[in-house]
Design a protein around this ligand. Structure first.
Ligand code: PSU
Ligand code: MN
Length: 301
C-alpha cells in the first residue's frame, strides 16, 4: 500500500542516506506560490548534502514516500488538499482522499518505509489554553512510539513551550539541543528554556541513534533541536508583540482543532511583513541540511 519512489527505494536498499520531509508545511504552513519553490528547494538542499529527499504525502488515497515533481506540485497547489495527522491516514486511504502529512503522519509512514531521519520546521505540541481545549498535537504521542530522528527548530512558539517539553519528558522522547544547551524557539534561536543534553556533530547524533537500537527500549524518537542562526531569527520584540495579537485573533475568530496552527502561522506572516516567513524558512533550511548530514553519518555507521 505504501508507495515508495524508486529513487528512495534504491537508496534504502543500498544503505545510502535518505531524509524524510513532511508536506503539511508545504500545503498549509506556507503561502502560495512560495510554498512550491520552498518544497523543491528543500529537496535540493537534502541532495546537496548527499542524501535522497523523501517528501511524504497521500495522493488519491495512496500514501507516498518520495514524490515526483508533479506530485509536489499537486501538494502545493491543489485545492482541497487535506491536513492529515496519523489518525487520518486510514480515512484518507479508504476514501481516496489527498492530503499533506503532519509530523505524526510523516514519521509513521517514513518509519514504515525504513527511513530513520526526518527534517521539519517545528513540531506540534501542547497549545496554550490546554487546560480548556485539551489541544495537544498528536505529534507528541506518535513520536513516543516511533524510532525516528526528527531534526526541528524546536516547537512552534505559538505553543506552550515548557508544557510541551514536559510532555516530551513524560512520554519518554529523547531531546537534545544541537550545538546549544537552550531549546530553540522556532522563529527565535532560544525559546528561553534549557535542554538537558547537547550534541555537537552528526556523528554524535548517529552514535545516539545506535545506542537507541542497542538499548532496545521503547521505540521512541530522538529529537534534535537545531536553532535558527541568530542573525536569521525574527526580532524577539516583534515576535512577542505579533504573537500576542495572533493568539487573541485566533480566540476572537473561534478557530479550533486542526485549523489553529495554520491560522496562527498565517497571522504571523501577514503581521510581520513576511519576516516570520523568512525566519521560518531559515530554520527549515538549516534543519534539512543538518538532517542530510545526520543521515550520511547514520548510513556510514
Ligand atoms: N511547523 C511549521 N508549519 C507547519 C507545521 C509545523 O512551521 O505547518 C505543521 C507540522 O506538520 C506539524 C503540524 O506536525 O503543523 C502540527 O499540527 P497540529 O497542531 O494540528 O497537530
Ligand atoms: Mn492541534
Amino acid at each position: 500500500m505504501l508507495m515508495v519512489s524508486e529513487e528512495v527505494r534504491e537508496a534504502l536498499t543500498a544503505g545510502r542516506p535518505v531524509v524524510a520531509l513532511e508536506s503539511t508545511i508545504i500545503a498549509h504552513g506556507l503561502p502560495r506560490p512560495r510554498n512550491l519553490q520552498v518544497a523543491l528547494e528543500l529537496e535540493d538542499a537534502v541532495r546537496q548534502e548527499g542524501a535522497v529527499p523523501a517528501t511524504v504525502a497521500v495522493l488519491d488515497g495512496r500514501p507516498h514516500v518520495g514524490l515526483g515533481k508533479e506530485q509536489v506540485e499537486r501538494v502545493a497547489n491543489e485545492d482541497g488538499i487535506r491536513k492529515l495527522g496519523h489518525r487520518d491516514l486510514p480515512l484518507a486511504v479508504a476514501t481516496g482522499a489527498s492530503g499533506a502529512t503532519t509530523v505524526s503522519a510523516t514519521a509513521l509512514l517514513a518509519a514504515q518505509a525504513g527511513i530513520r531521519v526526518f527534517a521539519t520546521g517545528g513540531l506540534g505540541g501542547v497549545h496554550r489554553e490546554w487546560t480548556v481545549t485539551q489541544d495537544e498535537s498528536a505529534d507528541l504521542g506518535l513520536l513516543a512510539r516511533t524510532r525516528i530522528t526528527v531534526v526541528c527548530a524546536g516547537v512552534k512558539s505559538i505553543l506552550d513551550v515548557p508544557a510541551t517539553l514536559q510532555r516530551l519528558e513524560t512520554l519518554g522522547v529523547a531531546v537534545a539541543g544541537y550545538g546549544t544547551a537552550r531549546f530553540p524557539g522556532f522563529y527565535l534561536s532560544d525559546s528561553g528554556h534549557p535542554v538537558d543534553w547537547t550534541l555537537e556533530s552528526p556523528d554524535e547524533v548517529a552514535a545516539v541513534m545506535r545506542a537507541q537500537d542497542t538499548l532496545d527500549g521503547p521505540g521512541s524518537a530522538l529529537i534534535v533541536a537545531n536553532p535558527v542562526p541568530e542573525d536569521r531569527q525574527l526580532d524577539p520584540a516583534l515576535h512577542a508583540r505579533v504573537l500576542a495579537d495572533a493568539l487573541h485573533a485566533c480566540e476572537e475568530a473561534g478557530v479550533s482543532g486542526q485549523a489553529v496552527t495554520p491560522f496562527l502561522l498565517d497571522h504571523l506572516v501577514r503581521h510581520t511583513d513576511g519576516a516570520s516567513l523568512e525566519a521560518n524558512l531559515a530554520a527549515v533550511r538549516g534543519n534539512v541540511r543538518l538532517a542530510g548530514r545526520i543521515a550520511a553519518a547514520w548510513a556510514q555507521a
